[in-house]
Design a protein around this ligand. Structure first.
Ligand SMILES: [Mg+2]
Length: 171
């Protein structure tokens, strides 16, 4: 059982840096890696690409919700990072995995209100992974929040889905 929509923060949730302070544009691919102007490597945590691929194949709507001050760089990174293709087809841009991007500074309540308005998905059918406790405020809307202090991996992801599923059976 999976929620209809799963949203991910970006910095320290999907990758190991702050895109607005640790990275200098332009970004580019160098071999299999994505690097910034100084050669800093930008990459997803190891399990992330597989998780995105699986969710996409399951028909779950995917969103990125970030309050970064560098939305253009974040989008560039998602454009350059690769995710395995469906049924062993070629890898494609990670950005293509996401149905919706909410990337701009400010309270994530705004990000989730916008997501709800665009997708029509009820808040109770949304699960959000984020490394910052302050963003738990989205639970006021009915979204299930799962804290990811060390980023997303398969175990953290499964734990988040369990939290969401338990709440749904109680309500
Ligand atoms: Mg973060």
């Amino acid at each position: 059982m999976l929620p209809k929509l799963i949203a991910f923060d970006l910095d320290y949730t999907l990758w190991d840096l702050w895109i607005d302070t640790h990275v200098t544009g332009p970004l580019r691919r160098s071999g299999d890696a994505v690097v910034d102007a100084h050669g800093t490597v930008i990459e997803f945590y190891p399990d992330v690409a597989g998780i995105l691929r699986r969710l996409r194949d399951e028909g779950v709507l995917l969103a990125a919700c970030s309050r970064t001050h560098a939305p253009d760089l974040a989008r560039q990174a998602l454009q350059l990072l690769r995710v395995p293709g469906a049924e062993a087809s070629e890898a494609g841009p990670a950005i293509g995995m996401f149905d919706n991007l909410q990337i701009y500074p400010g309270s994530k309540l705004a990000h989730f209100r916008a997501l709800h308005a665009v997708t029509g998905v009820p808040y109770e059918q949304m699960l959000f992974f984020d490394d910052e406790p302050r963003n738990r405020e989205v639970e006021r809307l009915g979204v299930t929040f799962h804290l990811t202090p060390t980023g997303v991996d398969n175990a953290v992801f499964d734990a988040g889905v369990r939290t969401w599923a338990v709440r749904r059976t109680k309500s």
